[in-house]
Design a protein around this ligand. Structure first.
Ligand SMILES: C[S@@+](CC[C@H](N)C(=O)[O-])C[C@H]1O[C@@H](n2cnc3c(N)ncnc32)[C@H](O)[C@@H]1O
Length: 207
C-alpha cells in the first residue's frame, strides 16, 4: 500500500530526527526510570510510534518481550541499526495494525497520540489490546494549551512541510478521551519543560 502523507513526512525527517540532540537528558532519563519501574520482567509490551528506537532499547531490558512499532520505514531502519537486546523486536506497522497483535501487559505511546488520525479509535484499540489491569504509558502533546504565538508558528511550519498534521488537544480533552475509552488515569507527571506535554499512565480496569 502507498505511504500516506503522514508516513512520507516522518520518512523525510527521520535522519534529522535521529540526529537531534536530546533537549533535556535528565528529564528523559527520569521518564525512562519511571516507565521502567512500572514494568515487570514477565511483561509483554508494545510501543506504538517508537521512532528511532532509543526508548524501546532501554525499556526492553526490563521485560520478557518488547515489540516496538512505527509506521515510518525510515525511522524503523534507523532503530534496527542500533545494538539491542534479544527481548526487543522492531516492526514497521501503523498503530492500528500493531494493536491487532495483542494482548499486551503494557502499551507505550510516547509523543504519538496527538499524531494519529482518529484518537478515540486508537484509544479504543489500545484498551482492547491490553489485558485487564494493563497500563498505557504515554506522553502526549496538548498543542491547544500552548500560547497562540506557538500555535501560529506550528501552523505556518505545517504549510511548508516542516511540521506534521496534529490533533489540537487540550489536557482536559485528552483526559476525557482516555476516560471515554474506558481508562482510569492513575498518574500524571511532567518530565521536561512543558506542562503541555504531560506523561500520563492510564489503566484498563481489572475485570
Ligand atoms: C514525534 S515522533 C516520537 C518518536 C518517539 N516515540 C519519541 O518519543 O521520540 C512520532 C513518531 O510516531 C510515528 N507515527 C505517527 N503516526 C503514527 C501512526 N499512526 N502509527 C504508527 N506510528 C506513527 C512517526 O513515524 C514518528 O516516528
Amino acid at each position: 500500500m502507498a505511504d500516506t502523507r503522514n508516513q512520507r513526512f516522518w520518512n523525510r525527517i527521520a535522519q534529522r530526527y535521529a540526529a537531534r540532540p536530546l533537549k533535556n537528558v535528565a528529564a528523559y532519563e527520569a521518564m525512562l526510570a519511571d516507565a521502567a519501574a512500572r514494568l515487570s520482567p514477565q511483561d509483554r509490551v508494545l510501543e506504538i510510534g517508537c521512532g528511532t528506537g532509543g526508548t524501546a532499547i532501554h525499556l526492553a531490558g526490563f521485560v520478557s518481550e518488547f515489540v516496538a512499532t512505527d509506521f515510518s520505514t525510515e525511522m524503523v531502519a534507523i532503530a534496527k541499526a542500533k545494538p539491542a537486546g534479544d527481548t526487543l523486536r522492531f516492526v514497521v506497522a501503523d498503530a492500528a495494525q500493531a494493536l491487532a497483535d495483542g494482548p499486551f501487559d503494557a502499551i507505550c505511546a510516547f509523543n504519538v497520540l496527538h499524531l494519529v488520525d482518529d484518537l478515540p479509535d486508537t484509544l479504543s484499540r489500545i484498551h482492547q489490546a491490553l489485558v485487564p489491569g494493563g497500563q498505557l504509558i504515554s506522553k502526549t502533546w496538548c498543542f491547544a494549551d500552548l500560547n497562540p504565538g506557538m500555535r501560529i508558528l506550528f501552523a505556518l511550519l505545517r504549510t511548508v512541510g516542516l511540521f506534521p498534521r496534529v490533533t489540537m488537544l487540550t489536557e482536559t480533552g485528552l483526559h476525557q478521551a482516555l476516560r471515554a475509552a474506558g481508562f482510569e488515569i492513575v498518574d500524571q507527571r511532567q518530565f521536561g519543560t512543558y506542562p503541555q506535554n504531560p506523561y500520563i499512565v492510564a489503566r484498563k480496569p481489572a475485570a
